[in-house]
Design a protein around this ligand. Structure first.
Ligand code: C2E
Ligand code: MG
Ligand code: MG
Length: 621
């Protein structure tokens, strides 16, 4: 580097420092220091920043680099109140000062000698100022003695100002980066920081498996509701601190918002170690916390998944952990679940369903099977229940359990439901035109989501009109827990349906929490006893008692009652003995395609060999 004039030196430094950020600050500073060392013909130069809160001075860059000291480097961080006289002066100095090899700086000379080997030095120290406050220092060390001219000092002040600007900019940028990467409430990493971290950890060649713990506090809402949001926030902050203090400093701990945390341990671990660690974290969280004068503790559910660097994507790891979390929560909370192959299969199916169900609704791969319901005393077919199936391109014929739930969770329930109602009514009308099914009711299952949709009643009305079906030939089946969840909205819809004469049955009765008052408040025509109770009739005294009381209850409310899941003659006979005559189940007939069910419709009855006692065999209608 040719010698420059002092002015061109300042220009050169300014242009070097202009594009610098936190990552290049040290290298660029070293380069500039090397120019300055050469230009001012000194032996050593350094740039230090002041941490006003910690009352200390930190080395940022030096030139030439000293060989790494064997022990701790006394020049790296110097605390002002423990420092020698020269360092101490830096804390408040706002004007350049020169240290000469005089006795007043003997202690400083000793520090230098011990850390750099230089015997006696003179130093020009030029403070970095930000809004008049000292934020650091630029220093030039010459072995022996050296004079500094005012002009030289002024140039160094200009250069120190450039360094001070750079420092302020980097601090601001770091602050922004901090805000962008951290959660306000807890100071933990946020979602963005988590994603960046995981992205790095899952690069090919990195050590693995990389475990991710998806953590969710049980019933935090209750805490917020009873103790207030401030207490809830304090609780979360306390937990965050506890996690930070008890986990490895290298572990990534992120809060995604609300009560959701993700932890990615720095140590690679296999499933069993991850399971252990998750249990440890869970115990850590379960310890008591005092907030708002109350001592509370919360359980946590943790979903664990493992990512293989170079193979698994960040999104996959997080989705799997989330999925495992759901499974942990669904088994009552305060549990740990590791993502398994079974979950993977279930998960893939769900993905697939999500991806293909919409087109299935329009491309003819959905179909309906029909299961007859009979009067057990006579075998007469009294109703047909339409049950949806999906002829999946690769997975075969899927039962509703595999996709109705996904449809409900992804806004497809309305579309699927309309398809089912339209198709069932169309088929039913076709049978009626051919003189079949004239005394038969068509039963159609509806999703909760459909019932709360505002235009459900109109849709239903339109379909009935289009196929010329009277409302009373149709019975919609709703599950019990819907009724409990959104009573008011459900009532409105059900009343609208009632005006068209459409019947309503409560499906899977006995599994939810319907009380008598619910039944009274709703215009319901019948209940279908859940197959769980019916199946065990003859084997379980409890179930017998339950079925008996449901039949009694239905009778006292004037409701029809249907036994579902009749698989044995014992069950069928018991139902009849209890006064429940209508039934559905594999013993009578399985769900079957439309063309097969036609033969039962044509015959009007299904032969059953129940050997009922004489009294019960007399048909009432
Ligand atoms: P569900 O409405 O209670 O329907 C009866 C289910 O029990 C049917 O299962 C049927 O195949 C099965 N089943 C009947 N008799 C017996 C028996 O004797 N033993 C046993 N073990 N099972 C028996 P499927 O077809 O798999 O349907 C399951 C559930 O899916 C239905 O329960 C219903 O809640 C829902 N679902 C079916 N079709 C639709 C639909 O079109 N829309 C909606 N939203 N849900 C539907
Ligand atoms: Mg049903
Ligand atoms: Mg049912």
């Amino acid at each position: 580097m040719p010698r420059r004039t002092l002015d061109s030196l300042v220009t050169q430094v300014a242009s070097e420092l202009m594009g610098v950020d936190a990552t290049t600050m040290v290298a660029s500073s070293e380069l500039v220091l090397s120019w300055l060392v050469e230009h001012f013909d000194v032996d050593f130069s350094f740039l230090r920043h002041t941490d006003q809160e910690q009352r200390s001075s930190m080395l940022v860059a030096e030139w030439p680099r000293r060989p790494a000291p064997s022990g701790p480097d006394p020049l790296q961080v110097a605390h002002f109140d423990e420092a020698d006289s020269a360092f101490a002066q830096l804390e408040h100095a706002t004007e350049p000062f020169v240290i000469r090899p005089t006795p007043e700086y003997a202690d400083y000379q000793r520090t230098i000698r011990e850390s750099s080997g230089l015997a006696e030095v003179s130093v020009a120290a030029v403070p970095l100022l930000s809004r008049g406050e000292p934020t650091g220092v630029l220093g030039f060390v010459k072995e022996g003695d050296r004079e500094w001219s005012t002009r030289e000092i002024n140039v160094l002040k200009a250069i120190a100002a450039l360094f001070a600007q750079l420092q302020a900019r980097v601090v601001a940028e770091e602050r922004l980066r901090y805000i962008a990467m951290h959660d306000d409430l807890t100071g933990l990493a946020n979602r963005r920081a988590l994603l960046e971290h995981m992205e790095d950890r899952l690069q090919p060649g990195c050590p693995g498996p990389v475990a991710a713990f998806f953590l969710d506090l049980d019933r935090l809402k209750a805490l917020n509701d009873f103790l207030g949001h401030t207490a809830g926030d304090n609780f979360i902050r306390t937990l965050a601190t506890r996690l930070r203090e008890n986990l490895d400093p290298g572990d990534m701990i992120a809060r995604l918002g609300g009560d959701e945390f993700v932890i990615v341990p720095i140590k690679p671990m296999e499933a069993s170690a991850a399971d252990q660690e998750a249990i440890r974290i869970q115990q850590l969280i379960a310890r008591r916390v005092t907030v708002g004068g109350e001592t509370v503790s919360r359980g946590a559910s943790i979903g664990v998944s493992l990512g293989i660097p170079g193979e698994t994507t960040v999104a996959d790891v997080l989705r799997r952990a989330d999925h495992a979390l759901l499974s942990a929560k669904s088994s009552g909370g305060n549990g740990v679940a590791v993502f398994t192959d079974a979950m993977r299969a279930q998960f893939e199916l769900q993905d697939d369903v999500e991806l293909n169900l919409r087109s299935a609704v329009s491309d003819g791969s959905l179909l309906l099977h029909y299961q007859p319901e009979v009067d057990l005393r006579t075998g007469r077919v009294v109703a047909l229940e339409a049950l949806v199936r999906w002829q999946h391109p690769t997975r075969g014929l899927l039962p509703p359990g595999a996709f109705v739930g996904v449809a409900e969770a992804t806004n497809l329930a309305g579309e699927l439901g309309r398809w089912v109602i339209r198709s069932a009514c169309e088929q039913f009308a076709r049978w009626r035109r051919r003189g079949l099914a004239s005394n038969v009711v068509i039963r159609i299952n509806v999703s909760p989501v459909q019932l709360v949709s505002l235009d459900f009643v109109e849709t239903m009305e339109g379909i009935l009109r289009r196929f010329g079906i009277d409302g009373s030939s149709v019975c919609l089946e709703i599950t019990e827990h819907v009724v409990v969840q959104d009573l008011a909205r459900t009532q409105v819809t059900l009343r609208g349906l009632k005006r068209m004469g459409v019947q309503i049955a409560i499906d899977d009765f006995g599994t939810g929490y319907s009380s008598l008052s619910h039944l009274k408040a709703l215009p319901v025509d019948a209940v279908k006893i859940d197959r769980g109770f019916v199946q065990r009739l003859g084997a379980s005294a409890d179930d017998l008692a339950i079925v008996k009381s449901i039949v009694g209850l239905a009778g006292s409310f004037g409701l029809g009652v249907v036994g579902e899941g009749v698989e044995t003659t014992v069950a069928a006979r018991t139902l009849v003995a209890l006064g429940c005559y209508r039934a559905q189940g594999f013993l009578i007939a399985r769900p079957m395609p439309a063309d097969e069910v036609e033969k039962h419709l044509a015959a009007g009855r299904i032969a059953l060999d129940l050997d009922l006692p004489g009294a019960a065999r007399t048909p009432t209608h």
